[in-house]
Design a protein around this ligand. Structure first.
Ligand SMILES: [Zn+2]
Ligand SMILES: [Zn+2]
Length: 126
């Protein structure tokens, strides 16, 4: 498809930018990429991230504090720590015994999805 070919350099750039950031919204990716590609439109970034999701090259992270969609370069199953003050998102893995203890505390529910732990990051504490 001609459209795909036209945008392929952008696709690589979006993938690279997301990989470097770890987690990013479309707006953050667009801001980052427009330093090199001033004409890159929000629509193009949106299409490319949608495609990355469809192709399994990225997944959704928890929504940003302002509700924006966040894309995650890490496509393995993992949990997140989110700073409630600055929105910093970090990959974590909640150990199984902790999941089990949490599940037991919620009427023996099974926690088989990703978890998001909310707190305050070190930068925001100081
Ligand atoms: Zn913070
Ligand atoms: Zn993540």
């Amino acid at each position: 498809m001609a459209t795909t070919r036209r945008h392929s350099k952008y696709t690589e750039a979006v993938k690279y930018s997301l990989a470097r950031a770890g987690h990013a919204t479309n707006a953050q990716l667009a801001d980052d990429l427009r330093r090199n590609y001033p004409h890159l439109s929000d629509t193009t970034v949106h299409r490319i991230t949608q495609r990355l999701i469809e192709d399994g090259l990225a997944q959704y992270a928890p929504h940003a504090v302002d509700g924006a969609m966040v894309f995650d370069a890490n496509t393995t199953a993992h949990d997140h720590f989110e700073c409630a003050k600055c929105g910093m998102l970090r990959d974590i893995v909640v150990p199984d015994p902790v999941r089990d203890a949490l599940g037991a505390s919620i009427n023996d529910c099974t926690l088989d999805g990703p978890l998001k732990i909310i707190g305050t990051c070190r930068d925001c504490m100081s």
